[in-house]
Design a protein around this ligand. Structure first.
Ligand SMILES: Cc1cc2nc3c(=O)[nH]c(=O)nc-3n(C[C@H](O)[C@H](O)[C@H](O)COP(=O)(O)OP(=O)(O)OC[C@H]3O[C@@H](n4cnc5c(N)ncnc54)[C@H](O)[C@@H]3O)c2cc1C
Length: 605
């Protein structure tokens, strides 16, 4: 049975020492996030996730969700009770706005909790997780009445939310949506259509589920320009806020799927369900994008959270399992064999995982800080700068984070050899659960196209230029340092590869857009590699300073900071060079990718 312990020490390192959250103390909401408060939140959330949610992960996978004959859905044993504890502890309210009942603390802390929840139990975390995105969309585009009606209850997790985009004929291409919204005399709309793959679409955790649904009004343009967003509660809400009649939305079936069995993935049938438009007519996609961007960051965290959980179990196994001898001679001659952690190939996998998970934690929490700064930075200029960087980073957090998260989960399964393939050890669940993160919330191919087709060129390339400047300056400043210099030099080299790849796109994608499409995946990975390089430089800088001060809390802290420096070096030597190979793939262009006629793909008899 796999176990999970929330990585509280590493999280405190990133939040307190690398991001230095206390230095933002004069921003709204940050004043209450004192180091003591931050430590309490991290430790208590960690405890809840390790002790309450993680033990339910296996049962959630084995039992899954059940659709009953009346269309209701029962979640796995223990989920309802755990959800009640989660709600009562207020874990969902940490970074929600105070005027709607939240605690108004930095999003950085909200993201910390999301990571812990998702590592402990990804399927469980999706129930409150999607609600956060729905709240963001309602806060940005909903009317004051809609906000007052739904948001406080959703923030308190008395009601949960969903997002409804996908239909059988319409996945990536939302212009194909068929769900209709007929205006009614009372100002509401009658929503009719079928949505598929709706996460948390029906369940028994809350009485009310608030669906945000994309649909088309009569005569709307037959493209993405004709989509509107509607709020459709499962149960109609009376004027006094109490729950009234059941609305015309029902769960037709639930999917049997590869992973996240504890989360219900529903077909939802809308049969003249009462809905209310959110924001302007035909501008629904922009409103839904607010929700999707929040959710994309969440999914990036999910991908890496599975890598973290799998890594912890692989380390324990590698220390315990004995096979063969160290190449340099027996490490433990009194035993019949050495623990497999002595083998460089096993070490390689563990170090890859360590370098990725710790690097990505710093990246994701930096992303969370950008979310905070977008809303709360003191000047308009700083808010705009944070918003621009966040827009650029969102597809990378989602796409790179989940590609590497899945790859890492597979490698950690590999550490177990054949036992990794056997259910009993639980490693295959991490792999199955992580796999969906590359697919939903926009496939990673779509994330790469968002990055390269939209974000690079936006505002004349202002965001990517700002990123280049940031990385270039931090690398240059560290180059002469004896410890940090080699990492900084390699980071600069990887940055040069990214700049060259960007230039190649500028020169070759205009006349042939297939060159962009064929290289976008590689570019997204180059950008992920460079960004994690920046994170490792920042972490190494802090570790070096702490060691120079003599370590904070004695020997264990010295070991922690020393390990950071070694892992930073590993990252520099083993991750950063990949940027060059990826650039060369990208610069090969689309010719061989697109050269074959479609008939050449068919298998000859
Ligand atoms: C478990 C699960 C939960 C989900 N939860 C939700 C949910 O809560 N709400 C919701 O609305 N949806 C949900 N989805 C749907 C999910 O977001 C879609 O499956 C996903 O967006 C892809 O759409 P599709 O499956 O139709 O694939 P398609 O769009 O058919 O794509 C197939 C392949 O073609 C590629 N492709 C398509 N168009 C392009 C293009 N223009 N350029 C390059 N490549 C392209 C894709 O990258 C992919 O590899 C969920 C799906 C699953 C499996």
């Amino acid at each position: 049975m796999p176990t999970y312990t929330a990585p509280t020490r590493d999280t405190r390192f990133v939040v307190n020492e690398v991001l230095d959250l206390a230095s933002y103390g004069d921003l709204p909401g940050f004043e209450s996030a004192t180091p003591d408060m931050i430590d309490t939140v991290i430790n208590e959330a960690g405890k809840f996730c390790s002790e309450v949610l993680a033990p339910l992960n296996r049962a959630g996978d084995e039992h899954g969700c059940t659709r009953n004959d009346d269309g209701s859905v029962t979640t796995p044993p223990g989920f309802k009770e755990a959800f009640q504890q989660f709600r009562e502890a207020g874990w969902g309210t940490i970074s929600a706005p105070e005027e709607f009942g939240g605690q108004g603390m930095p999003h950085v802390l909200g993201f910390v909790i999301e990571e812990f929840i998702s590592s402990a139990n990804q399927a469980f975390g999706m129930y409150p997780g999607l609600t956060n995105g729905a709240v963001s969309a309602l806060l940005a585009k909903g009317s004051p009445e809609q906000q007052a009606k739904y948001v406080p209850k959703m923030i308190a997790n008395e009601w949960l939310g969903t997002m409804n985009l996908t239909e059988p004929q319409c996945g990536t291409d939302l212009g194909l949506i068929r769900t209709r919204a007929e205006p009614q005399a009372d100002g509401s709309y009658a929503i009719t259509g079928t949505k598929i793959f709706i996460s948390a679409g029906e369940h028994d955790l809350t009485e009310q589920i608030v669906h945000l649904v994309l649909a088309k009004t009569p005569g709307a343009p037959d493209s993405t320009k004709g989509i509107s967003l509607f709020v459709v509660p499962k149960v109609l809400v009376n004027d006094d806020g109490s729950l009234g009649e059941r609305n015309g939305v029902s769960c037709g079936s639930i999917e049997h799927k590869m992973g996240i069995h504890g989360n219900s993935t529903c077909v939802l049938n809308y049969d003249e369900a009462k809905g209310w438009m959110v924001g302007e007519e035909n501008k629904g996609l922009a409103a839904m994008f607010i929700m999707m961007n929040a959710a994309r960051l969440g999914v990036g965290i999910q991908g890496f959270s599975q890598a973290e959980a799998a890594y912890q179990n692989a380390v324990a196994y590698a220390l315990d399992r004995r096979q063969g001898r160290a190449l340099t001679g027996p490490a433990e001659p009194d035993e019949k064999a050495d623990p497999i952690i002595v083998h460089p190939d096993v070490r390689r996998m563990l170090m890859d995982a360590k370098a990725f998970t710790e690097g990505f934690r710093a990246f994701a929490l930096w992303g969370a800080l950008l979310v905070d700064l977008t809303h709360k930075a003191a000047s308009e200029e700083e808010r705009a700068e944070a918003d621009m960087l966040l827009g650029l980073m969102t597809p990378v957090i989602k796409g790179y984070g989940t590609d590497k998260g899945f790859e890492t989960a597979v490698n950690m399964q590999q550490v177990f050899g054949g036992h990794g393939y056997i259910k009993e050890w639980g490693m295959e669940q991490f792999v199955r659960d992580a796999r969906i993160t590359q697919i939903y919330e926009g496939t990673n191919g779509i994330q790469a196209m968002d990055l390269c087709g939209r974000k690079l060129a936006q505002n004349g390339g202002a965001a990517i230029q700002a990123f280049f400047k940031l990385v270039g300056e931090e690398a240059a400043a560290a180059k002469d340092d004896e410890t940090l210099g080699p990492l900084a030099e390699r980071l600069e080299k990887a940055l040069n590869e990214q700049q060259a790849a960007t230039m190649w796109f500028m020169q070759n994608a205009m006349q042939n857009p297939n060159n962009l499409g064929a290289g976008a995946h590689h570019y997204m990975h180059i950008m992920g590699i460079v960004t994690l390089g920046l994170m490792w430089l920042r972490m190494a800088k802090v570790a070096q300073a702490r060691l120079a001060e003599g370590g904070e809390g004695g020997e264990s802290d010295r070991a922690f900071y020393e390990a950071k420096l070694v892992t930073a070096r590993y990252y520099a030597e083993r991750f950063l060079p990949d940027a060059g190979a990826l650039r060369r793939k990208l610069e090969a262009g689309s010719e061989s990718v697109m050269a074959l006629g479609e008939e050449a793909f068919a298998t000859a008899a």
